[in-house]
Design a protein around this ligand. Structure first.
Ligand code: SME
Length: 165
């Protein structure tokens, strides 16, 4: 099946997220592989929203405690590993709370993988047993690109894609 990103998305952000979420769930139906699921989410979201500059997952490292390792993503080169508690992704992993950062250059310990990133949102990703398996990170080149509408939509999407057994 050829997937072509639509150019006629609704202007309203919540409606746009709802539409893309339905498309993602339809594409992933019957596909249990975690890498395939993460790659599909990263690709379809990156193509649906213009401000998404870096879009992807840092997964909980299987080989080292309290460390994230880069997973499927769309964008410029990302750092490979992030310790829990470091930067925005490490803070989301350590606290299991979504982080919205309006100005990454003002965030203590922010890890600058690409200096063009100006704001970001990072959402914890849990499995069906409530275990942290990854964080989902989106960076934008404009300051304050993300708000609670993005948070609500992305938390719901991550729950639907990764926490359903
Ligand atoms: N900005 C992130 C690092 C990852 S990248 O931006 C791809 C952080 O501080 O956690």
């Amino acid at each position: 099946m050829a997937y072509v990103a639509r150019t006629d998305r609704p202007a309203d952000k919540a409606a746009r997220y709802a539409e893309v979420e339905a498309e993602i769930l339809a594409v992933l139906e019957g596909e249990p592989n975690l890498t395939a699921r993460m790659a599909t989410v990263a690709s379809m979201l990156a193509n649906a929203f213009d401000p998404y500059f870096w879009t992807g997952f840092y997964v909980v490292a299987p080989d080292k405690a309290d460390e994230l390792v880069v997973g499927p993503y769309q964008g410029t080169l990302g750092c490979l590993r992030i310790a829990f508690g470091r930067g925005v992704c490490g803070t989301a992993a350590a606290t299991r709370q979504t982080q919205i950062v309006q100005d990454v250059h003002a965030f203590p310990g922010h890890i600058a993988c690409d200096s063009r990133s100006a704001s970001e949102i990072v959402v914890p990703v849990l499995d069906s047993k409530g275990r942290l398996i990854a964080v989902f990170d989106v960076d934008a080149t404009e300051k304050a690109a993300f708000d609670t509408e993005d948070q609500v939509a992305l938390e719901r999407l991550m729950a639907k894609v990764f926490a359903q057994s």
